[in-house]
Design a protein around this ligand. Sequence first.
Ligand SMILES: [Fe+2]
Length: 161
Amino acid sequence: MTNRVSIIDWSEQLATGVPRIDAEHRRLIDLINELGVLHRSQATVAQLRAALADLRNYAEYHFQTEADLMQIHPVDAGNRRVHLAAHQGFVDQLERVNALVATDPAAVIEHLLAFMMKWLLHHITGVDARMAREIISLEMGISDGDGGDGGANFTRGSSIP
Ligand SMILES: [Fe+2]
């Protein structure tokens, strides 16, 4: 009896404007929804652990993508620090859940799904959106005319939402 209701649905409100980040967020959301399906189908602890491992592996891959982007594009150092700490918090939570899941699988996964839904929506629309704005601005070379060569091309289009 599999209930197919999603934990999180992708919507344009979650788009950051950086295609690679958006594609990876969609995949992350798919994996969370797959865990939700497993949870509702009374999966075994072994199946839940396998789904948690997939989720963790993909989350770490995705967080590395963002860390690399923040390295390539010199975003604000404080923003970067806060962002990387948030990623670590997510991984730590997954680790705690993995250690606890055998004790009461249904309750532990229920709690994790609620946590991830809130965390991801808050994270994507908060620090990820801010990072994307910084990256896009840096890529466009937006400046107040410090260099002079080419900067003028972006003067008109410099109001990135
Ligand atoms: Fe992020």
